[in-house]
Structure formats: structure tokens, C-alpha cells
Design a protein around this ligand. Structure first.
Ligand code: DGJ
Length: 529
């Protein structure tokens, strides 16, 4: 049985797995030829994970009759390529909407009522409070879990199941139906009363939603309604099959950050994460879908979702583009990082199934992370992100024992330190000089490092110890720098074991440690004085 342990997805033996990969588009499940190409794209990105939806509308066309053939197909296609699979349950709520509900649900609004907006009109979201809706989705979800237990319980191709997709109310901050308003007037559940929401304008007191959550009372109530809905699925599902359950978020860090206007209200946005954590303990990871490009907001999102009670898994992000290629290094360097995926695998491919040039940067970044995955999934050392921000020619890392100077090829003009076997006049290699540099540096010992990335080269200089009088002499000694290495090895991991493919020396090691295409290098420096 699969599990989620110590902040990581894990196999049946409890060994950590670092899933990296791609998600298919919303309407591709059931199209095997397309899926095969997309699963190949995962491999071209250096990944090991495919994410794909299971549609309620397809699973239960007629009430009470279940068909999981599409899920089975997904499992077999991934198994065939030795790829992990995360299934996304598109049930009553896909980005706020009930579009993936079976026709018999859509066509019976009396039995499966829509939520209401403040004007009393229907909104395009099924109410998570309606008894029949809860029962119907629960039955289908539980059947899915039974199916997974019976068909995949031993092989464990399916790593996790995502419950619904970016849940919440579309176009309203809460459900204003009579039933919902009655519930809203009742006391806040005691376990939520000590939560203090940033920017609510009050110190929590009393037991009404407004006295506890002030100006965020409606959103807090909506979040509790959805979290409770999710928990009732999670609890029942895990009784059947103990597999990690995920919840993905349409981010609140959007526009002017008001629910129902800038994002669907009641979803697991960062503002209400405490409400989710307390109401839905059956969910293992709440995950941000990060499409924002600017670094500042990206880092803010990471800091909000990476919490002691929530590992960092990014299930959706752009499949191409420089911003994600750079930003994902920041995610990978987060101490709670446990996986990353990009959305829309087919969009990265041409008609023959080859990677489009526009997809290359994100693919290289994913390869970079994959090269060091065995270290990341053991948290084997401190991880530093190297990212060439705009206008940056160098990045300095001040490590406890070492000054590390990262030079970005695109800004340096010099081919010194690129490695003599790289002919930069060859058009194939031009990107080595043009790409925005990025990488990961992992310090695994006092003077041992692993580096992976592209467009960057790294130079080390021993930092003088505190109180060492001859620091200038030490710093200016040629032997204090990169020349003073014990070994520089290109290589790769087999399982957790490092395998050396080539020892770099002379021109390939004397100037700096370069990385070009996401490959890994192990560097052992000489700490002797
Ligand atoms: C986020 C959703 O979760 C995905 O299913 C998809 O609709 C993308 N947005 C849109 O590209």
C-alpha cells in the first residue's frame, strides 16, 4: 500500500519518491494515442510522473453503474513506461464548476441544487452542503478507491489521488441559499475558533463567523463548507484504500485577492489553510497550482504552502517559458519540497511527438532537478537555488565555509570555464551561451557539493575562519580557489548510488565547474590549509 511519510511520497517499502512530471490536458483521458505521446513527453522532461483526470461523467454514465476502464488504461500506459501516476478525481467540482458531473446529476437541480449568489440567483457551482450531492459523489469516489485497491494495490503505479480540482464557489464569496445561511448563523465549530486570519481586522472572540473571522467571515465559512466536503470523501476513501490524497488550489494570490472575484471562494487558498488543515486532516498535501511568473509572488506562494504541516508539492505550472524554468529552482530548494509538475503535456510537443523548442527550458530545469533527485528525496544536504534574475551577471552564495561565485554564461561573454569540448560556434550549443542560467547546488559535506543546471559555472573560494589573521593571504592564494579540488566528477545516480562517468581535470576543471544540460557534477574540494 502506498503512503506519505516524512514529507515524501513513498513506495510500498516506505522509500521516498520524488515525483516530477507533466499533467495532461483536461479532455485527454480516454485518448490512448495522445496519452502515449504525453507519457513520452514526461521522459523527455527527465520526469517520472504523469497526472491525469478521471471523469465522474464517464465513470457513472448511469446512476449506480460504474466503469473504470479509462482509469485502467491510464494505469497500464504508465506502468508500461515505469512512470508514476497521480489520478485527479474530477467529481462535483472542477474549478468551481459541475461540468464533469454525469448528465443525471446536471439534469436534476432539485436533487442536486446549485449554490446561490447574494442576489438569490443560482451560481454555476453545486452546493457541497446538499445531502444527495454529497452521497452521490462519495459513492463514486469510494468506488474509485475500491477499483484502485483491487487493480493497483500490489503494483502501486498510482502514487496519489487528487480530490476534485481547484474547488470552490464560482462567482460568489459563499453560498447564500437558505440552508447555507441557516448553517452560517450557527456557532463556528470550536476547533476553528482560535484561528486568527491575517488582515481580518479583529482578534477572534465569541462563536459567530464574524466575531472569529471579521471581514473574512464569508470566505472562512465557505472554506469550512468545502473542507468538510473534502474530508468526508477523504475519510471514506482512506477506509477503503490508504493512498495519499491531495487537494490543489486555485491561488488566492491573484489580482487584488478578493474571493469570488479574483478566485473561487472556499478553496484552499493560503488565507484559509489553517481552516483546511483542521477540518480536513484526511488530506495529505494541499498544493498550489502556480502559474504566476514574477519571482516575488512565486516566493510568497512557496512560503505560504510550505509549512511544517504541509509539504510542498506543485501539481500544476506552465509547461514552457523562462519564468517557470527559473522559478522551479526556488521550489526545489525549499526544505519541504516533495515534487513538481507542469500542465498540458501535449502543448510541449510537435505533431511527431518531439519537444517544441519553446518547451526546452522547462524540460532542462526539470532534468536538473531529476539529476539530483536521490539527494533531494533524502534531504541529504542543504540545497541552494542558483537563478539568473534579470540584469544579473553573477550570483554569490555565502556558505558557512565557502564563498561560491556563480557566473552566468549569457552575461559573461567569455568561454573560459565552459569546458573545452563545447564548441560554442556550433548552433546546437548556442543556447549554452544564451539561456538564463540556473541550477541547484547541494552541500552534502563540509567540502563536498553536487551541482546540476544549465548556463552557469561555479567557482569556490574557502572563506577564512572567524579570527584568522592571515585571511587576505588565504583568500588571494591560487590554491584557495577552484584549482584546489580533490575531484570533479560528471556522473549520475543509480538508485541512491553515485556513479562517475568522467573525471574532469585540466581545462575542464581548472577554471570553474560548469553545467550545461541539467547534468550533475560532484565536487570534492580540498579543505586542507
Ligand atoms: C488550472 C486547472 O486546475 C486545470 O485543470 C486547467 O484548467 C488549467 N487551470 C488551465 O490551463
Amino acid at each position: 500500500m502506498s503512503c506519505f511519510a516524512d514529507g515524501f511520497f513513498a513506495d510500498q517499502q516506505g522509500c521516498p519518491i520524488l515525483p516530477l512530471g507533466l499533467q495532461t490536458h483536461n479532455s485527454s483521458t480516454g485518448l490512448p494515442e495522445m496519452l502515449k505521446k504525453e507519457i513520452d513527453a514526461v521522459l523527455q522532461y527527465g520526469g517520472n510522473l504523469f497526472e491525469a483526470p478521471v471523469y465522474w461523467v464517464q465513470v457513472e454514465k448511469r446512476e449506480g453503474e460504474y466503469d473504470f476502464s479509462q482509469a485502467l488504461e491510464l494505469i497500464e500506459l504508465c506502468r508500461d513506461k515505469n512512470i508514476h501516476l497521480i489520478l485527479l478525481w474530477f467529481g462535483i467540482n472542477k474549478n468551481g464548476h459541475p461540468t464533469y458531473c454525469p448528465e443525471w446529476v446536471k439534469a436534476d437541480p432539485r436533487r442536486f441544487p446549485l449554490a446561490k449568489g447574494p442576489d438569490g440567483g443560482d451560481v454555476a457551482t453545486l452546493s457541497p452542503l446538499a445531502e444527495e450531492t454529497r452521497k452521490a459523489d462519495l459513492r463514486a469516489f469510494t468506488r474509485l478507491m475500491e477499483f484502485l485497491r483491487d487493480t493497483d494495490g500490489d503494483m502501486h503505479t498510482v502514487l496519489a489521488v487528487q480530490v476534485e480540482n481547484e474547488i470552490g464557489y464560482a462567482n460568489t464569496d459563499m453560498d447564500y441559499s437558505e440552508a447555507a445561511q441557516r448553517l452560517y448563523r450557527r456557532p463556528v465549530p470550536p476547533f476553528l475558533r482560535d484561528i486568527s486570519l491575517e488582515d481580518s481586522g479583529i482578534t477572534p472572540s465569541g462563536d459567530s463567523w464574524v466575531s472569529c473571522f471579521g471581514r473574512h467571515a464569508h470566505e472562512a465559512f465557505a472554506a469550512w463548507c468545502w473542507a468538510d466536503f473534502v474530508q468526508h470523501l477523504a475519510e471514506a476513501g482512506k477506509k477503503v484504500y490508504e493512498i495519499p490524497l491531495l487537494l490543489n488550489a486555485m491561488l488566492g494570490e491573484n489580482g487584488f485577492e478578493e474571493p469570488g472575484l479574483c478566485y473561487n471562494s472556499g478553496g484552499p487558498v493560503s488565507r484559509v489553510l489553517d481552516i483546511y488543515r483542521k477540518t480536513a486532516p484526511g488530506i495529505d498535501v494541499i498544493c498550489p497550482d502556480i502559474y504566476v511568473q514574477d519571482r516575488e509572488r512565486y516566493l510568497k506562494i512557496l512560503s505560504r504552502y510550505s509549512r511544517p504541516d504541509n509539504p510542498l508539492f506543485v501539481p500544476e505550472s506552465p509547461v514552457m517559458g523562462t519564468a517557470n524554468a527559473l522559478n522551479m529552482m526556488e521550489a526545489a530548494a525549499d526544505p519541504r519540497f516533495c515534487g513538481y509538475a507542469c500542465f498540458g503535456a501535449a502543448s510541449a510537443l510537435d505533431a511527431q511527438g518531439n519537444l517544441l523548442p519553446e518547451a526546452r527550458e522547462v524540460a532542462l530545469s526539470m532534468k536538473t532537478i531529476a539529476s539530483l533527485a536521490p539527494l533531494l528525496r533524502r534531504r541529504a544536504g542543504h540545497v541552494y537555488a542558483i537563478v539568473q534574475q534579470e540584469f544579473m551577471d553573477k550570483q554569490y552564495l555565502h556558505l558557512p565555509g565557502w564563498h561560491v561565485e556563480c557566473t552566468f554564461n549569457s552575461a559573461s561573454g567569455s568561454r573560459f570555464g565552459l569546458g573545452s569540448f563545447i564548441n560554442t560556434r556550433d548552433p546546437f550549443n548556442r543556447d549554452l551561451m544564451e539561456t538564463r542560467g540556473r541550477g541547484l547546488l547541494i552541500q552534502t559535506g563540509d567540502s563536498e557539493f553536487y551541482l546540476a543546471g544549465c548556463g552557469v559555472r561555479v567557482d569556490f573560494r574557502m572563506r577564512p575562519e572567524i579570527g584568522y589573521e592571515r585571511s587576505y593571504v588565504q583568500l588571494t592564494s591560487r590554491m584557495n580557489g577552484t584549482l584546489n579540488f580533490l575531484s570533479v566528477e560528471e556522473g549520475h545516480f543509480e538508485g541512491d548510488r553515485w556513479v562517475t562517468d568522467r573525471f574532469r581535470n585540466g581545462d575542464e576543471a581548472n577554471f570553474a565547474c560548469f553545467v550545461h544540460r541539467g547534468e550533475a557534477v560532484r565536487i570534492r574540494l580540498n579543505a586542507a590549509r
